[in-house]
Write a protein that binds this ligand. Structure first.
Ligand code: ZN
Length: 265
């Protein structure tokens, strides 16, 4: 169920019936020369909506503010001041919780959000809230990942690559410009290779200054449809596991009781 499609009365019922909300996290950024700026949030939201048909859940409207500072040098990128971004996402999660969801699945559609979202999850131990956060850390189970590895024709990727372009061809072919796919693949340039293994804010840009990583020439809609189905299956199973889980809320309660009791012995 899509949050924005429900009436207020239907929504209240859906909260009672599902108890789980899925929020997808994407960004608006350049995707090579051939994919639309909204690729990440459009893909993640579509997968979540399909998964929520399989395993009942309410899906929050597409959310497209995230960590994408490394693409500020390209037209069309939308970024938010770091401290405001944290407060914004936290405020949205709190609002989902205020509406009655005790469990929120944060489904990430953008690699650059990984550290941000894990930090937000860690922040949930700062103060007790009436909901628990669940971040799936794999979009495919190992078996499905193996199937995709067998199907794909390129060994590397990461951005606007065979994977993302195939999904886009499957989902919204009218927005994909295959004629614009670069003639040369984009392997990492390794411009920080002189350093010992390093993470710097400029790391991504140092490897991929054109915001294109991999080789999209072998992308097809058939591959994309297969991949979407595997991702939908994986997320639907994850939502079912979250519904059944009692450990995270129980451990959070135990943790906060202990945290509040510090100094009282
Ligand atoms: Zn992307």
């Amino acid at each position: 169920m899509q949050w924005e499609h429900l009436t207020s009365r239907q929504f209240a019922q859906a909260v009672q019936d599902t108890r789980v909300c899925v929020i997808t996290m994407g960004v608006i950024e350049r995707h090579g020369e051939h994919l639309p700026l909204g690729t990440d949030f459009m893909i993640a939201h579509k997968i979540a909506c399909l998964a929520a048909e399989r395993e009942d859940a309410v899906v929050f409207p597409p959310f497209y503010f995230g960590q994408i500072y490394e693409a500020r040098c390209f037209p069309g990128t939308v970024t938010i001041k770091p401290t405001l971004l944290l407060e914004l996402i936290q405020g949205v999660l709190d609002e989902i919780g205020r509406n009655g969801f005790h469990k929120i699945v944060v489904y990430n559609g953008h690699g650059g959000n990984t550290h941000l979202l894990r930090f937000l999850a860690q922040c949930s131990l700062w103060e007790k809230r009436p909901y628990s956060l669940y971040l799936p850390t794999q979009s495919l189970t190992p078996e499905r990942q193996k199937k995709w590895q067998e199907m794909r024709e390129t060994a590397t990727g990461g951005h606007a690559c065979e994977t993302e372009t195939s999904i886009s061809l499957g989902n919204h072919p009218g927005l994909v410009h295959m004629a614009q796919v670069p003639e040369e693949p984009a392997p990492p340039m390794g411009r920080l290779q002189h350093l010992p293994p390093t993470f710097a804010g400029i790391s991504w840009y140092s490897d991929y200054p054109h915001h294109y990583a991999g080789d999209a020439r072998s992308a097809t809609a058939d591959k994309g449809r297969a991949l979407v189905q595997w991702q939908v299956d994986t997320l639907a199973e994850y939502i079912a596991a979250v519904k059944a889980d009692q450990a995270v809320p129980a451990l959070e309660s135990e943790f906060f009781e202990r945290a509040q009791g510090i100094g009282s012995l």
